[in-house]
Design a protein around this ligand. Structure first.
Ligand SMILES: *[C@@H]1O[C@H](CO)[C@@H](O)[C@H](O)[C@H]1NC(C)=O
Ligand SMILES: *[C@@H]1O[C@H](CO)[C@@H](O)[C@H](O)[C@H]1NC(C)=O
Ligand SMILES: *[C@@H]1O[C@H](CO)[C@@H](O)[C@H](O)[C@H]1NC(C)=O
Ligand SMILES: *[C@@H]1O[C@H](CO)[C@@H](O)[C@H](O)[C@H]1NC(C)=O
Ligand SMILES: *[C@@H]1O[C@H](CO)[C@@H](O)[C@H](O)[C@H]1NC(C)=O
Ligand SMILES: *[C@@H]1O[C@H](CO)[C@@H](O)[C@H](O)[C@H]1NC(C)=O
Ligand SMILES: *[C@@H]1O[C@H](CO)[C@@H](O)[C@H](O)[C@H]1NC(C)=O
Ligand SMILES: *[C@@H]1O[C@H](CO)[C@@H](O)[C@H](O)[C@H]1NC(C)=O
Ligand SMILES: *[C@@H]1O[C@H](CO)[C@@H](O)[C@H](O)[C@H]1NC(C)=O
Ligand SMILES: *[C@@H]1O[C@H](CO)[C@@H](O)[C@H](O)[C@H]1NC(C)=O
Ligand SMILES: *[C@@H]1O[C@H](CO)[C@@H](O)[C@H](O)[C@H]1NC(C)=O
Ligand SMILES: *[C@@H]1O[C@H](CO)[C@@H](O)[C@H](O)[C@H]1NC(C)=O
Length: 676
């Protein structure tokens, strides 16, 4: 056909000088057009270096058909231009319209930040247009409505603005329309109701407003609707229930409201539903249980109330159920424990009561279970990890009771175990330290008893351990602070005894160490200063004795140090105020003595943070009497002897004890006796 057209033109033109040129170059013309298009492009990676018409090129007029990204039909006419992924910038020339037979135009994955030429609307034979993954600005060209064979438009991930092109409603051949991720505004044009062949409609991530039009329900070929991340409001049109071919419905993140229409239950092919982060209210329609093909159901972050419909247990293909952050009440349907594919169950932040299905995890490869912040009771199901897939177990802020199931401590896939704020009792079953992926072990505020299992100290993966507010007895496992990735170790408010283990050379990651409110004793090991990343050290309310290690003041990041309510004695290290990062220091209620240094943070310290140390004076506290100062400075010289000599040391302790009892006037007596 094309050839005969050329011949006709040749014949016609032989008697017309002007048209002769046109005819002779009907083909080479396209080469010239391509070169003119190239002129507009900035091809900094030189992908189009073979686009040139040399002498040889003029001899073989179809040479451009061999150029990178150019595809001709058998008659040497350019049908396809694939300039995708070539790091191109610059602009697409208006001359593009001269490639009259262009049917596929692909410039995706480049760096264009100009606008598309209006002349594109003259490409009436276009079938596929892909300009995705650029930064194209301005409006999307109108006029493509007359490209009667256009089936595929992908303009996603750009900076287009303005309204969606209304005339595309004329392109009844359109099967796929992807306008995701630009700045389109306005609503969905009603002309789109003609797009009877449309299978894919992607408009998410724009600034679209208004209601979702009910006419979408007439687009009977639709398989995928992605409208999320816009500002649509109003309800989901019940007409969407007529889309018998619909497989994927994404309306997440918008201002949609009202009830979720029961009509969605008619969609027998639907496998994915994302409605999260809207304002849906009322009950979840029980008809949802009719969508037996459903694999992913995410209704989280809405205002849904009432109970989770028991019919959800009919969704035998369900892999993900996310209903978190709603206002759901009642019990978790027992049938969820029977779903054979269930991998992710997120019900957190609702008002659910009762216990979890006892067979949860027993019949499916459960990976994530998060039911935190509800009012759930009963025991933790025993077989959550029976398929060895469980990575996240998050049950905090509930009223679970009973023991930690043994099966968890051998669940090698676990990464996070967060059980805090419950009434879980019994001991920690041994084994968690051997779970090579476990990073967080949070058991705080339960009623756990017994020892901290030794194996935890040999973990190579734990970074966060919180066992606070339980009834753990025993001592700290000796190498617990040497866990290589340990960042936070919190065991406050237990009944721990014994000393701080000093079997660590360094604790490379430790930033938070809270041993407060226990019965720990012995001295504070100077090796603690090797924890170079420690930010907060809380040892308050224990029975620590001995002096504050001078090395503490060299810790580069230590910002909060609480040693209050212990039995520490000796002087405050005179360099502590110059500790580089220290912001909060509490030394109150110990047996410290001597003048308070006046450098750094000690200049401005609240006297309350030094209170209850009868032997301290000066600095932020009332001044030392002259004799005190003299005798103390003399003692500073002899300090070594005092520490070395047991007798003297004991004597010294007794003296301080005495001071403690005698109160104010005692310093003088104590120190003068000392001097004597
Ligand atoms: C892409 O183009 C930019 C300039 O537009 C250039 O700096 C960069 O090196 C190019 N990247 C590659 C992979 O060629
Ligand atoms: C395209 O290149 C091939 C091989 O490089 C060559 O055989 C063919 O003649 C070229 N075609 C044109 C139209 O230049
Ligand atoms: C355009 O090119 C990209 C990258 O090469 C490709 O993934 C995409 O499928 C192409 N689009 C069309 C419509 O052929
Ligand atoms: C496109 O939008 C992005 C994100 O808003 C912005 O960073 C970029 O500068 C924009 N580019 C152009 C060419 O407008
Ligand atoms: C389309 O082509 C016609 C005829 O060449 C021309 O008059 C018109 O300006 C073109 N349209 C656009 C938008 O460039
Ligand atoms: C559009 O292009 C993007 C990549 O640029 C791709 O991820 C997306 O799947 C395409 N849309 C359609 C409907 O093919
Ligand atoms: C194309 O659509 C527009 C707007 O929807 C309409 O006004 C126009 O008549 C249509 N053109 C054709 C050729 O159907
Ligand atoms: C478009 O949406 C973005 C992101 O939601 C927002 O920052 C921007 O202000 C909106 N622009 C308009 C014109 O509404
Ligand atoms: C759909 O769900 C409702 C409520 O759960 C139920 O009564 C009805 O029988 C179901 N319809 C079909 C066709 O399964
Ligand atoms: C569950 O774990 C097994 C064994 O590690 C693995 O082969 C399987 O792919 C996992 N299943 C899922 C759904 O991740
Ligand atoms: C401890 O857990 C119980 C039960 O969840 C909760 O009521 C209480 O507020 C929690 N206490 C603290 C201090 O978090
Ligand atoms: C303390 O000693 C200084 C001189 O060292 C003296 O000036 C001062 O009056 C004395 N103060 C008291 C309260 O004895």
């Amino acid at each position: 056909m094309r050839t005969s057209l050329v011949l006709t033109l040749l014949f016609f033109c032989s008697c017309n000088g002007i048209s002769l040129v046109l005819a002779r170059s009907m083909r080479t013309d396209e080469g010239t057009v391509l070169l003119s298009i190239k002129k507009g492009l900035i091809d900094s990676s030189d992908y189009l270096k073979d686009w040139e018409l040399d002498v040889k090129g003029w001899r073989n007029e179809l040479v451009y058909c061999n150029w990178t990204g150019v595809f001709c039909n058998s008659n040497g006419v350019v049908e396809k231009l694939d300039l995708s992924n070539m790091n191109l910038t610059g602009r697409i020339s208006d001359d593009i319209e001269k490639l009259r037979s262009l049917s596929v135009f692909n410039v995706s994955f480049n760096g264009f930040s100009t606008s598309l030429p209006k002349s594109m609307s003259n490409l009436t034979l276009l079938r596929q247009l892909d300009v995705s993954q650029n930064n194209f600005v301005g409006g999307f060209p109108t006029g493509l409505g007359s490209a009667v064979g256009l089936a595929f438009i992908n303009a996603s991930s750009n900076n287009f603005s303005g309204f969606l092109p209304e005339d595309l409603g004329n392109v009844t051949s359109l099967e796929s329309l992807d306008f995701r991720g630009s700045y389109f505004e306005g609503s969905i044009p009603s002309s789109y109701k003609n797009l009877q062949k449309l299978k894919f409609l992607g408009l998410s991530g724009n600034n679209l407003t208004g209601r979702i039009p009910g006419m979408l329900g007439q687009l009977s070929s639709l398989e995928t609707i992605i409208l999320g991340y816009n500002e649509f409001e109003g309800e989901i049109p019940r007409e969407l229930g007529d889309l018998t071919n619909l497989q994927y419905l994404d309306l997440a993140v918008g201002n949609l409201s009202s009830k979720i229409p029961a009509e969605l239950g008619k969609l027998k092919k639907l496998n994915t539903v994302y409605l999260y982060s809207n304002r849906f209210e009322g009950e979840i329609p029980s008809e949802i249980g009719n969508i037996t093909s459903l694999v992913i159901l995410d209704l989280s972050q809405n205002r849904l109330s009432g109970e989770i419909p028991a019919s959800i247990s009919e969704l035998k293909s369900l892999k993900l159920l996310n209903l978190m952050s709603n206002r759901l009440t009642g019990q978790v349907p027992m049938g969820l424990g029977e779903l054979p594919e269930l991998q992710v169950l997120e019900l957190w932040n609702n008002s659910l009561i009762g216990h979890l299905p006892t067979n949860l995890g027993q019949n499916s490869p459960l990976q994530w279970l998060d039911v935190s912040s509800n009012s759930l009771t009963g025991e933790i199901p025993a077989n959550l990890c029976s398929s060895s897939n469980l990575t996240k177990l998050i049950l905090f802020n509930n009223a679970f009771s009973g023991p930690i199931p043994i099966g968890l401590s051998t669940c090698l896939s676990l990464v996070r175990v967060r059980l805090q704020n419950n009434f879980i009792s019994g001991t920690i079953p041994p084994g968690f330290g051997k779970l090579g992926k476990l990073q967080r072990l949070e058991l705080a505020n339960n009623t756990l008893t017994g020892e901290i299992p030794d194996d935890i100290a040999s973990s190579m993966s734990l970074s966060f351990i919180d066992l606070s507010r339980n009834h753990f007895q025993s001592s700290l496992p000796s190498s617990i602070l040497s866990i290589p990735d340990l960042q936070s170790f919190l065991v406050s408010n237990n009944e721990l005894k014994g000393e701080i283990p000093d079997q660590f050379q360094d604790c490379p990651a430790l930033s938070l160490l809270d041993l407060s409110d226990n019965q720990l004793s012995g001295t504070i090991p100077a090796s603690i200063a090797s924890c170079k990343k420690l930010v907060k050290l809380n040892l308050q309310n224990n029975q620590f004795t001995g002096e504050i290690p001078r090395a503490i003041s060299t810790m580069p990041t230590l910002s909060i140090l609480d040693l209050s309510n212990n039995s520490l004695n000796g002087f405050i290290p005179d360099n502590i105020g110059s500790s580089p990062a220290l912001e909060t220091l509490n030394l109150s209620y110990n047996r410290l003595e001597g003048p308070v240094p006046t450098n750094g943070i000690l200049k401005t310290i609240n006297p309350d943070d030094l209170a209850g140390n009868a032997g301290l004076c000066g600095g932020a506290l009332p001044p030392c009497s002259n004799s005190t100062a003299v005798s103390l400075s003399r003692r500073r010289v002899h300090i070594k002897h005092i520490v070395i000599g047991w007798l003297v040391g004991i004597h010294h302790c007794l003296l301080l004890e005495l001071c403690y009892l005698l109160g104010d006037g005692c310093t003088k007596i104590g120190t003068s006796m000392e001097v004597a």
